[in-house]
Design a protein around this ligand. Structure first.
Ligand SMILES: [Zn+2]
Length: 306
């Protein structure tokens, strides 16, 4: 158990059921000096490809998702700093962050077409420093188009894709999916129950790592579009990347999902876990809970842009 978390982070991240009052008291005592330490989180929202509405800034104002996460984070001991500036990943700057949240698209070492705000690309050194930082123990939370970022070329899987654990293929029309909870003790997941129906733009993914700990899966029966003509596959997952804790959820395209307390609780719970506010078993379960996960759908319609 980390000793650098504060009480609110710990309560949020662990939930009473997971941690128990005794452990809470012990950690609180042990962490007396550092109990008010705020975790610094870089929320990177640069779009080198398609720019999503939820992170689009208008008239100098933060995008909806940027606003929501920074505001909620504040109350939970996370200083969430939204930025589109890839220079923050330079080796001499990266150490200032405890964790990273990505809502990004495309090759972030390129400028892309984004117009608003300073959106300098990451350098190649910056990308390496970032991946090294995660492997070295910093936390990572990816949401929605984070898997539509740094695509693999040919058969070689991009090191970023290896880290996040999956790669966007395509999505169909926005629709209600039957989400199946496969790990209900992950922080923030309890309110989902055994599963629920949620309307969003759902990503079909490939290059799914074989060490994923699947938290929520799609029940693909009844989903519309060639993208989902495949066995059940992971929707939200966690994995270890060497010493770093990695979390990803494909939710978050629609504004009403970003505004949904379920989504917000899931992301904040994940932030608690990746910053070591609590421990939970994330041993690989992908082959067990989604045995056909590697069977990919066939694109039999003209390719649609995001
Ligand atoms: Zn989207």
């Amino acid at each position: 158990m980390s000793q650098t978390l504060n009480r609110r982070q710990m309560l949020l991240a662990s939930g009473a059921a997971l941690l128990g009052a005794g452990a809470l008291a012990r950690t609180t005592q042990a962490a007396q000096k550092e109990i008010t330490k705020t975790k610094k989180v870089l929320f990177f929202t640069k779009s080198s490809g398609f720019q999503h509405p939820a992170i689009t800034r208008r008239d100098g104002k933060l995008g909806l998702c940027e606003r929501v996460l920074s505001e909620i984070g504040k109350g939970l001991g996370f200083e969430v700093v939204p930025s589109k500036d890839g220079r923050l990943f330079e080796p001499d700057k990266i150490g200032e962050w405890d964790a990273f949240i990505f809502y990004t698209t495309g090759d972030l070492t390129t400028q892309g077409s984004q117009q608003e705000g300073p959106a300098h690309p990451m350098s190649a050194d910056g990308k390496k420093a970032f991946l090294d930082a995660i492997a070295g123990g910093k936390g990572f939370v990816g949401m929605h188009s984070a898997t539509d970022t740094f695509h693999s070329r040919g058969r070689e899987i991009d090191p970023y894709i290896k880290m996040i654990g999956g790669e966007f293929i395509s999505h169909g029309a926005q629709q209600v999916s039957n989400l199946v909870v496969t790990c209900d003790d992950f922080p923030g997941v309890k309110p989902f129950g055994k599963g629920l129906k949620l309307n969003d733009e759902w990503y079909s993914q490939k290059n799914l790592a074989d060490d994923l700990h699947v938290i929520i899966a799609h029940d693909t029966r009844g989903m519309t579009g060639w993208q989902y003509d495949r066995p059940n596959f992971p929707e939200t997952w966690a994995r270890m990347h060497d010493k770093g804790r990695v979390f990803y959820t494909s939710m978050g395209h629609r504004d009403d999902v970003v505004e949904n307390p379920l989504f917000q609780g899931l992301v904040m719970g994940a932030l608690g876990w990746v910053t070591r506010g609590c421990d939970v078993d994330v041993s690989p379960n992908v082959s067990k809970v989604t045995p056909g996960y590697a069977t990919l759908p066939t694109d039999n319609t003209p390719r649609k842009k995001r």
